[in-house]
Write a protein that binds this ligand. Structure first.
Ligand SMILES: NC(=O)C1=CN([C@@H]2O[C@H](COP(=O)(O)OP(=O)(O)OC[C@H]3O[C@@H](n4cnc5c(N)ncnc54)[C@H](OP(=O)(O)O)[C@@H]3O)[C@@H](O)[C@H]2O)C=CC1
Ligand SMILES: O=CC(=O)O
Length: 342
């Protein structure tokens, strides 16, 4: 994998709201180009958004609030309602909505889907986005998928003459709501530059990493580390309780030391109470570990800690915790503790 890696303009002026200074402007009538008479960075054109789950809904909503002309689609139609009430469009007038119709009516279309299978289906399946793509249009896939799937999607999209950018995000539900995501992009560099104003509405920083596949790989490396860290943290909380310590104090001690991470302070207190309000679904964390294991296998790299963590997330899924937050993996450890006591 070629790795041309550099950080472009980290940004801190967020979130944008109606009435505040706009860094982006979108127009329903013009075709895409970048310029802004008001002196800010501009994007002109219609924006499609496919997939309005935990992440997609607030991302699309931030684009709406920044003044973009947004057309949305989601498999479960009711999830479009909050965006429609903000002024988003659905399919073009008279037609049944589909990813293809959104793509054909928009200059740039974003997709935020669950996994490789759904990302591929929405882009390349029947009535998929590719059917609505053409030269001059762009497709930006922000889902977390493996590099092979991303390349397949990119190949199909570019076969229509359109351009393709993969742009998975680091950051969870709250950063998505606050417009503070980190974009890990790769693919068509001119599309990257064209959609940069939109990325800057949804995120606090963006990396352009070169060839398609590098963004996906970067995301999997980061989430492999995160998944293993969460398991180690959960083990620490349970061990502290077992030896008579207060796990809340463990959270506090960790927060003041060199291994401090926002994730521990954020999730620790609710984990101690056995509450797992979903920000990052456990099923997606397990998917990312599964994909990271395959990535490592492809280059004969041993990742034993991540492999062990993956097993625990699988146990957690089998306990019915797939849709809970990934911090619920601590319940798999509790179950293992109980079964080892019998
Ligand atoms: N949540 C988080 O903290 C983060 C998540 N991610 C990644 O972002 C992506 C989305 O995550 P998130 O929003 O949390 O996930 P959700 O499970 O909340 O949303 C998944 C979306 O994918 C759609 N979908 C699933 N299967 C299909 C299918 N077969 N055909 C069409 N649409 C489908 C869902 O539609 P429907 O509503 O109909 O089910 C929904 O819009 C994942 O790849 C995840 O790994 C990345 C960073 C952070
Ligand atoms: O993919 C999850 C995240 O928090 O980033």
């Amino acid at each position: 994998m070629a790795a041309a890696s550099f950080l472009l303009s980290p940004r801190v002026t967020l979130p944008l709201r109606r009435g505040s200074r706009l860094l982006v402007s979108c127009s329903a009538t013009s075709s895409s180009s970048s310029s802004d008479a008001a002196g800010g960075v501009g994007f002109q054109g219609r924006v499609g958004f496919l997939g309005l789950g935990i992440m997609g809904a607030p991302m699309a909503s931030n684009l709406m609030k920044a003044g973009c002309d947004i057309t949305v689609w989601n498999r479960t139609k009711s999830k479009c309602d909050p965006l429609l009430s903000l002024g988003a469009k659905m399919a073009p007038y008279r037609f049944e909505s589909s990813p293809a119709r959104v793509a054909s009516s928009c200059d740039v279309t974003f997709a935020m889907l669950a996994d490789p299978e759904s990302a591929f289906e929405v882009a390349c399946g029947a009535n998929g986005a590719a059917e609505g793509m053409a030269a001059g249009k762009g497709y930006v896939d922000v889902s977390t998928v493996d590099d092979a799937t991303s390349k397949l999607i990119g190949k199909r999209i570019t076969s229509t003459g359109a351009s393709f950018l993969e742009a998975p995000v680091s950051g969870s539900k709250k950063p998505a709501e606050d417009g503070l995501l980190i974009f890990l992009t790769a693919g068509d560099e001119s599309l990257y530059k064209r959609v940069a104003p939109l990325l800057d509405v949804m995120g606090k920083s963006r990396f352009y990493l070169g060839d398609v596949g590098n963004g996906a790989a970067m995301k999997l490396v980061v989430n492999m580390v995160m998944g293993s860290m969460m398991v180690s943290f959960a083990e620490g909380l349970l061990l502290s309780e077992k030896v008579g310590l207060d796990p809340n104090t463990v959270v506090e001690v960790i927060s003041q030391g060199a291994i401090n991470a926002p994730m521990f302070s954020l999730k620790g207190p609710s984990m101690v109470k056995a509450a797992y309000p979903t920000a990052f679904p456990l099923k997606h964390q397990q998917k990312d570990l599964r994909l990271a294991l395959a990535l490592a296998e492809s280059v004969s790299q041993p990742i034993p800690t991540a492999a062990a963590a993956n097993e625990l997330y699988k146990v957690a899924k089998s306990l019915g915790l797939a849709d809970q937050d990934f911090s619920a993996v601590i319940e798999a450890l509790k179950a293992e503790m109980q079964s080892s006591q019998h």
